[in-house]
Design a protein around this ligand. Structure first.
Ligand SMILES: N[C@@H](CCC(=O)N[C@@H](CS)C(=O)NCC(=O)O)C(=O)O
Length: 242
């Protein structure tokens, strides 16, 4: 059985779960505790970041490497285009989503959590004991700034204009590259999930997100595209199609 070592609310881990789902592969989720759990992860994979996939003797780190491993393991449905030009486009979009977009999304979410104690509380891992949870979510947002850069004005407007450009060019059932779902859609869709959490994030988070972005009028269609993408992914696998 495949094993996915993850942080539940990481977009990179969601990217891998969406790929596993598209391919109809069953897997076991292993929740890594930030900090202490990363020591075991380092022993397992030689690095401390999630996601890590364990497939028998193969231990694969990095969402893009994992998705390519899964493509080789279960080539159908293909999530990497056969056409070289489309493959290049897919690669560029996936790389943009995993780097530039991911950095802006992470900063935007940290900013939102810094401003909103309730959001801070639901984002904390489940195994944080409740007294610690109370203290952490009650503190002014400042403690979060140690985790990374908050969102600068320039980064925010650059992310917004990229997302609006994507939203303008995409139908509800459209694809970013060609006419079939690829890793480009999955990588972008996964990052969007941190800007407005989908139903799959659980009741406490569903519909919440980054103020000013999750409720931005020009992005509503894009968030609907994201929700629709999850349904379309399930239907790609003939065994689970409804
Ligand atoms: N390029 C990597 C990025 C993975 C990544 O940034 N993982 C974060 C969680 S979202 C992590 O493990 N952070 C913990 C750390 O860096 O110690 C991928 O695509 O998988």
């Amino acid at each position: 059985m495949l094993e996915l070592h993850q942080f539940r609310h990481s977009a990179f881990c969601l990217k891998v779960r969406m790929t596993l789902q598209a391919k109809g592969l069953s897997f076991r989720e292993v929740e890594v505790t930030p900090g202490i759990g990363q020591i075991a992860l380092f022993r397992l994979s030689g690095q401390r970041q999630v996601p890590v996939l364990v497939d028998g003797d193969d231990v694969v780190a990095d969402s893009s490497a994992i998705c390519r491993h899964l493509e080789a393991l279960r080539p159908d449905p293909a999530l990497i285009p056969a056409d070289a030009r489309q493959r290049a486009q897919m690669h560029l979009i996936e790389d943009w989503a995993d780097t530039t977009l991911a950095a802006a999304v992470r900063a935007a979410l940290l900013q939102a959590a810094a401003d909103d104690p309730q959001l801070r509380n639901v984002l904390l891992p489940d195994d944080v004991p409740s007294p610690v949870r109370q203290v952490m979510s009650g503190l002014p947002g400042g403690w979060l700034s140690g985790l990374g850069e908050l969102l600068g004005q320039e980064q925010r407007s650059s992310m917004l204009s990229s997302l609006c450009a994507i939203a303008d060019g995409l139908d509800l059932n459209g694809c970013l590259v060609g006419n079939a779902i690829t890793l480009a859609d999955i990588a972008v869709g996964a990052q969007l999930s941190l800007l407005r959490f989908p139903a799959s994030a659980g009741d406490a988070l569903a519909g919440r997100g980054v103020p000013g972005i999750s409720d931005h009028p020009r992005l509503q269609e894009l968030f609907r595209w994201r929700d629709q993408l999850e349904t379309r992914l399930i239907n790609l696998d003939p065994a689970t199609a409804v």
